[in-house]
Design a protein around this ligand. Structure first.
Ligand code: PEP
Length: 247
């Protein structure tokens, strides 16, 4: 299955950041990346980045969407709005949203289903906190989040799962290859139980948490790792291009 390099810009980026997409386009021009490439900027930049990326391999996505199609939800963005602005995917259930906005797996599932209903690919994030990790609860936490957050009828075409240990995000720490392999294998088994063995093997499982050009190849070589969700290192075209090259 073709891996995915997905960048999450979080709450970073102004109009001038379009230059990073132009730089990434230049870096990728004439190369044939072995992976799909997605950048998820803040909602304010989806339209301008989608315009800037047009005609290249770079796809643009959102970082969150509301579960409703429209209505009285001040400050929120719907899946239809992201699609209209040029997005092809949206991240849902990022640990920062689960923590900062109290999002439950039930909310995340509703958002994923709303995204898919609008034709967006839903990137469903899962991951344990440091306390859960240290308590040996990683697999049970990830299973519970997967069971609660996976959209009904998930397929490889509509859904991507991202395993992001919360303690590895932005910390420079990464789990060992064995730990990543164990969790990704468990997610694959969970997907098999929730869909079918055939479909489960078509659903990409990304690893996220302090991925950088220097560790990307090693992480991507692990069984059941089908790409990366990248925060900090996606902000600079050179770093992100290095990760893409390692896929
Ligand atoms: C993220 O928040 O999705 C992430 C993986 O961040 P970073 O790469 O900076 O650890």
């Amino acid at each position: 299955m073709k891996p995915l390099a997905a960048g999450n810009w979080k709450m970073n980026g102004l109009k001038a950041s379009v230059s990073e997409i132009m730089a990434l386009k230049d870096r990728l021009d004439g190369t044939a990346p072995a992976c799909d490439v997605l950048i998820c900027p803040p909602a304010t930049l989806v339209m301008s980045l989608a315009d800037a990326a047009a005609g290249s391999v770079i796809q643009i996505g959102g970082q969150d969407c509301h579960s409703a199609v429209s209505g009285p939800h001040t400050g929120d963005v719907s899946a239809a709005m992201l699609k209209d602005a040029g997005a092809s995917a949206v991240i849902v259930g990022h640990s920062e949203r689960r923590a900062d906005h109290g999002e439950t797996s039930e909310t995340v599932k509703a958002k994923a289903q709303a995204a898919i209903a609008e034709g967006l690919v839903a990137i469903v994030c899962l991951g344990e906190t440091l306390a859960e990790h240290e308590a040996g609860d990683t697999l049970s936490v990830v299973h519970a989040q997967l069971n609660g957050s996976l959209p009904d009828g998930a397929t490889g075409a509509t859904t991507i799962v991202a395993y992001e240990p919360v303690w590895a995000i932005g910390s420079g720490l990464t789990p060992t290859a064995e730990q990543v392999a164990e969790v990704h294998q468990a997610i694959r088994a969970g997907l098999s139980a929730m869909t079918s063995a055939e479909e489960a093997h078509l659903i990409r499982i990304l690893y996220g948490g302090s991925v950088k050009p220097s560790n990307a190849a090693e992480l991507m070589a692990i069984d059941n790792v089908n790409g990366a969700l990248v925060g900090g290192a996606s902000l600079k075209a050179d770093d992100f291009a290095g990760i893409i090259a390692a896929m």
